[in-house]
Design a protein around this ligand. Sequence first.
Ligand code: ATP
Length: 153
Amino acid sequence: MALPTTIELQIVTPDKLVLKENVDEVEIPGSQGYFGVLPGHTPLLAGLAVGELWYRKGQEKTYVSIAFGFAEVLPDRVTVLARLAERADDIDIERAEAARARAEKRLSGAQQSAVDYERARTALLKSLARLNVSSRIGVGPRTGGMKRLRNQS
Ligand code: ATP
């Protein structure tokens, strides 16, 4: 059987279908780290972390902020069932800036329970993913900012 040449990418949240497109490549923020998918990939099921998913059509890359859920990878299809997913156009930058400032303030507080710390850390990661994605409209390759942050934790 011939190998597929494209991937049907579908991203859904509990609220809506965020995206359904035929693409050439996808990179996914998996719970064990970022991983890339090309047509013909081995089937797998992966948990999602907080970060930036991108997909490429030809030379053009598009970024989507993602948080939690699962990705099912098949040779010709990737289905992302995310708790949260926002395309760049849908991101409210001021809201994300405010969330980042709030999270940074909480993380710098001296008295933190482990639960509060983890909540603030997740809020910070979500806000950074949103800010990164919104800053990528019309810009070039990724800088790896989220990867660096994730690797420090
Ligand atoms: P905030 O603290 O800024 O209110 P939150 O962490 O409470 O955000 P989430 O639980 O991450 O919010 O998301 C709740 C809903 O709001 C989701 O539908 C998510 O897509 C949307 N959302 C959150 N922040 C933004 C943003 N900056 N721009 C657009 N949509 C957002």
